[in-house]
Design a protein around this ligand. Structure first.
Ligand code: SF4
Length: 285
């Protein structure tokens, strides 16, 4: 059987396919003209002989999965808070606000006890005009050291998820409910959320994204002021302060529970449909 790819090219293809396999995607649509079009498995794409002659000059095949046909998004669902309005809902917009002003007002914040153990405030990072904002719960150890959100192992997975959507990190904005690391990575406490939330509100109001993706149960339950488990509303479109919001699993959870990546990928495909994003086109060979 003729050699199809060099070892390095084969490795690149393997890495790309392994990532999609992690997302639960095992079928790929190939586009090789009338004779070769169809569905291929990971194994077939890696080891099957080529339908036509292939040389090293041909770019790395982008074996991207064909997005599932998108259904029209159901009308936004409002999760009724268990008691009283969410403190987020009652927050008034700050006139002529900017991210810079918000950061300046935050200053070297000591508004809650989390300031005592932090190294760096993790304000947020990304495109100030992003259509898509990811909101996590709070910084971890890597984030606390670098002052940037989602830079540890979970952050790398988030980056892969963003890239799988056909975006780059610089296209989106990423921030957290609280800006300082809770000790031992515990969930932020209500007084800490209350002290920090005005700054998250100002970030969202300034950026005014089309879609907010809430990462993880704590962030989702905190923002939505609900006691319902995330599995009850994950992947549903919610209405929140005039924005469309979707909650999905936190990347750290996906590291512990890889099969859940397939659920998250379904959620992100809904977000892509809402934003009018399509997966990058496959290269024709
Ligand atoms: S978590 Fe927020 S409110 Fe608390 S000290 Fe840090 S920046 Fe201030």
């Amino acid at each position: 059987m003729p050699e199809r790819f060099s070892a390095s090219l084969q490795q690149k293809i393997e890495d790309r396919l392994r990532y999609y396999e992690d997302l639960g995607i095992r079928l790929f649509y190939t586009d090789r003209g009338p004779s070769g079009a169809g569905v291929a498995s990971r194994q077939a794409l890696v080891s099957a002989p080529p339908a036509t002659s292939i040389t090293e000059e041909i770019p790395l095949p982008k074996s991207l999965p064909k997005p599932a046909p998108m259904k029209a998004a159901p009308p936004p669902l409002v999760i009724a808070p268990p008691a009283g309005p969410s403190l987020f809902e009652s927050f008034d917009k700050v006139k002529d606000d900017t991210l810079l002003k918000t950061r300046e007002d935050l200053g070297e914040c000591t508004r809650c006890k989390l300031h005592k153990g932090r190294n760096k405030i993790v304000f947020g990072d990304g495109n100030p005009k992003a259509q898509l904002v990811f909101v996590g719960e709070g910084p971890g150890a890597d984030e606390d050291m670098q002052g940037l959100p989602f830079v540890g192992r979970a952050g790398k997975l988030l980056t892969q998820m963003i890239e799988a959507m056909g975006l780059e990190r610089k296209d989106v904005y990423i921030c957290n409910v609280v800006k300082c690391r809770p000790p031992d990575n515990r969930a932020p406490e209500p007084d800490e959320v209350a002290a920090c939330s005005p700054f998250l509100m100002r970030q969202i109001d300034v950026i005014h994204p089309k879609v907010i993706v809430c990462l993880g149960a704590t962030a989702a339950k905190t923002i939505l002021n609900t006691t319902r488990g995330i599995s009850q509303f994950r992947g549903e479109w919610l209405e929140w302060r005039g924005h469309k919001l979707m909650a999905t699993y936190h990347p750290a959870y996906l590291l512990r529970n890889p099969p859940a990546k397939a659920d998250v990928w379904k959620d992100l495909q809904k977000v892509m449909a809402e934003l009018g994003l399509q997966l990058p086109k496959k290269s024709k060979s």
